[in-house]
Design a protein around this ligand. Structure first.
Ligand code: FAD
Length: 393
């Protein structure tokens, strides 16, 4: 069997390797990653790992011996810088080259950076990796005031952890409500009230003009002219697909590496999986790019099946979660395009869910501390909405 090489040893890359071995692939299998660690899960980075409740070993996706036992050649600290498709060879950062038979790109995303004045000062950080969190934890222990730019999941999760560590925390958001891109007004309102009640200074409808300080950051200057003091500024304004390697190799990309329902790119010998991909969803009748563990795992499994010669057509029901303080938000389905919502349960009692409807059909459910409604929603989404479809919150 010809050699399969996977670029990117994260959630999706590790899953492809595991699924290939489980499915009976016996040829040489290489998993190349530019980080120093064994493949690990990222969700706890902004939750329990940042809080110090679990160590790095708690992040490993498989016990480190798993890769050796399964003859998966995990090569850490190694960045691939070019793909020669005609010669079927990769170039590594140190100049070495490596042949491939089939190639899988699992390169994930990069945190979006700000281009504002002062954005390169010391103490202005993004959060994507263990290395980032090691640095943030160290800086956080020496900071009293922390500013977070962006009230998406990662910004709000970090705000919750920083507050629990006794910091003064400001969250600055350009939109008029948190997590606006993905949740309804009711869910945003709930999280606005939650964070404010816990003492976060959540500033909505607020632009950032510059980051102040000499060498190190000392504050965030808002568009209003007000300055929010901060010795640590987390920029949490989303992520961008890591698709430059594919683009440079002439593969089709469009804000993500374009793949079909088997994970195949525009080159039949190259597949791509996880956060770095974009694919057409029949379910949603449009192209989608997901950033979730669900997608990384399920798309990786599908691509492995395709590489093993089986028929697959990946078109998932997406799901996601976020933990903020003791509140668990779980999302089933994509809610964009909804024309009605139904709230069941009690926001005051911190246990409710919001069903999103489109032309009478249930398309998504956001559950707050209500795992039962989340699990049910994953089963019944796509059904015509009835009041008895989901349980009490
Ligand atoms: P990644 O896990 O990012 O792995 C890509 C790997 O490829 C990286 O190690 C990268 O360094 C490496 N790489 C890139 N280019 C090269 C190259 N040229 N050569 C070698 N290696 C390369 N999802 C949820 O569902 N729920 C959550 O609660 C949640 N919380 C999150 C919190 C944080 C802080 C972050 C950052 C993400 C969170 N996510 C969450 C998203 C989830 O972690 C991602 O969707 C998932 O990790 C995607 O897996 P992936 O394998 O596609 O990419």
């Amino acid at each position: 069997q010809e050699q399969i090489v996977i670029i990117g040893a994260g959630q999706a890359g590790a899953q492809v390797a595991q699924s290939l071995r489980q499915g009976g692939f016996e040829g040489p299998l290489r998993l190349i990653g530019d980080e120093p660690h064994p493949p690990y899960q990222r969700p706890p980075l902004s939750k329990k790992f940042l809080a110090g409740e679990i160590g790095a070993e708690g992040l490993w996706l498989r016990p480190p011996a798993f890769f050796e036992t399964n003859k998966i050649d995990h090569i850490p600290n190694t960045k691939v810088v070019a793909i020669d498709r005609a010669g079927k060879r990769l170039t590594l950062e140190n100049g070495d080259t490596l042949p491939y038979g089939k190639l899988v790109l699992a390169t994930g995303t990069n945190a979006r950076k700000l281009t504002l004045e002062g954005a390169d000062k010391k103490g202005v950080v993004t959060l994507r990796s263990i290395t980032d969190v090691d640095d943030i934890r160290e800086r956080m222990s020496n900071s009293k005031h922390i500013a977070i730019i962006g009230a998406g999941y990662i910004g709000l999760e970090v705000a919750a952890v920083a507050k629990s560590l006794g910091k003064d925390v400001a969250v600055i958001e350009a939109q008029d409500r948190p997590m606006k891109r993905v949740v309804s007004q009711a869910v945003s309102d709930y999280f606005t009230a939650l964070h404010r009640a816990r003492g976060i200074d959540l500033k909505l409808d607020t632009g950032v003009a510059a980051l102040e300080g000499d060498d190190a950051v000392t504050g965030v200057k808002l568009s209003s002219g007000e300055v929010v003091a901060a010795e640590l500024v987390l920029v949490a304004v989303g992520a961008e697909p890591n698709d430059w390697l594919a683009e440079q190799a002439g593969l089709e990309t469009d804000n993500g590496i374009l793949v079909d329902g088997t994970g195949q790119t525009s080159d039949t010998d190259i597949f791509a999986v996880g956060d770095c991909t974009r694919f057409y969803s029949n379910r949603y009748q449009r192209s989608v790019r997901m950033e979730s563990v669900q997608n990384a795992i399920d798309q990786a499994k599908a691509a492995a099946q395709a590489l093993l010669g089986h028929e697959v057509d990946y078109d998932p029901l997406p799901w996601f979660w976020s933990d903020q303080y003791d509140i668990k938000l779980q999302i089933a389905g994509l809610s964009d395009g909804y024309d009605d919502t139904v709230l069941t349960g009690s926001p005051e009692g911190n246990k409710f869910y919001v069903a999103y409807l489109k032309e009478g059909q249930l398309i998504a459910v956001d559950s707050i501390n209500s795992p039962r409604s989340h699990m049910m929603a994953r089963r019944v989404i796509g059904d015509v909405w009835r009041d008895d479809l989901l349980p009490d919150a």
